[in-house]
Design a binder for this molecule. Sequence first.
Ligand SMILES: Cc1ncc(COP(=O)(O)O)c(C=O)c1O
Length: 398
Amino acid sequence: MNLDLDKLQPYPFEKLARLKAAVTPPSDLPHIALSIGEPKHPAPTFVADELVGHLHTLANYPTTKGTPELRQSIAQWLSQRFELPQNSIDPEQHVIPVNGTREALFAFAQTVVDRSKNPRVLMPNPFYQIYEGAAFLAGAEPYFLNCTEDNDYLPDVDAVPPHIWARCQLIFLCSPGNPTGAVINKKTLQKLIGLADKYDFIIAADECYSEIYPDEHNKPVGLLQAAADMGRDDYKRCVVFHSLSKRSNLPGMRSGFVAGDAEVLGEFLKYRTYHGCAMMPYHQAASIKAWSDEQHVLANRDLYREKFNTVLNILSDVLDVKQAHAGFYLWAKTPIDDERFAQGLFGQQNVTVLAGSYLSRPCNGINPGANHVRMALVAPVDECAEAAQRIRTYIKSF
Ligand SMILES: Cc1ncc(COP(=O)(O)O)c(C=O)c1O
């Protein structure tokens, strides 16, 4: 067996299930889950129709690189959304479709890490658990960047010592952040690009929440945008990960893309060809439709805006919680230990939230997820409002 498998931690939801098993929720209140980050808004019907209309492609092997039409539609979307210089994204070299960002984030680390050189893979803490597992299975040691209230829940790149940068081969960024909702600004991204040049590492920016934001005039900035703004339109050392799961409510379709540095993507394509993970042809056809439409994405944001407003109105005077800069999570500070808070809330009100410490690791004497809970506002508005009322009643009972 691969001994690195022993380093993998149980997934946060396994820990949560154990926590909940110790209490019995009231039977007269229906269960509401704010714990799982699965979009619940309906998938666009025009995408589903396109998928069904392409079932005849079941008879064909898809290529790992995807169809030129899909790569073209992705390049167009990416260039428009992040205001990239015209033609700087070449669909032939700068784009690879993937079966959701989860598998791509994992596979990417396996491609770029040289395990013979005592590698470190840097990542935020708390974090999306795949980053850590990807680092371990690539033969690297994770290095955590605590994201706390003191640094606006963002990784503090100035706090990383030079001997760590010297071993860094890959840094995962998550902006907008899961679970914190924090967005890394352009200046910090550009500083990181400078560090990547100096210390020779790759930046993997997980931007899969980039299309869920409250202010239509203040969209989250992206890594490629920051690079282009420095005149670096070859995107060297910069790679971004995008997904239709959150943007278009298509988590079941497993469709996303990786874009950026052509040389790195060339190696990634080689890895993927052997790995055998081409996107199903009918999913490719449906994805073109999704990337080519913004109306459904606007409607999606309207729904999240309504939910944030409703829930924050109910909770903000009893709980330390603020509107996220982007994404669909509330990252609330808890008045008591986060595990006790989550367990008590389930036991008293039959509402599930995720204990923050399950999303982070102890580092530098603290656990940065402790005393926080993550609430995903994915359920319908009425259900989110009902959950918020029950959380309010629970807190008032302290
Ligand atoms: C931060 C982050 N990255 C990546 C993913 C994976 O998304 P998908 O594989 O659906 O694109 C998720 C899913 O929840 C996530 O929260």
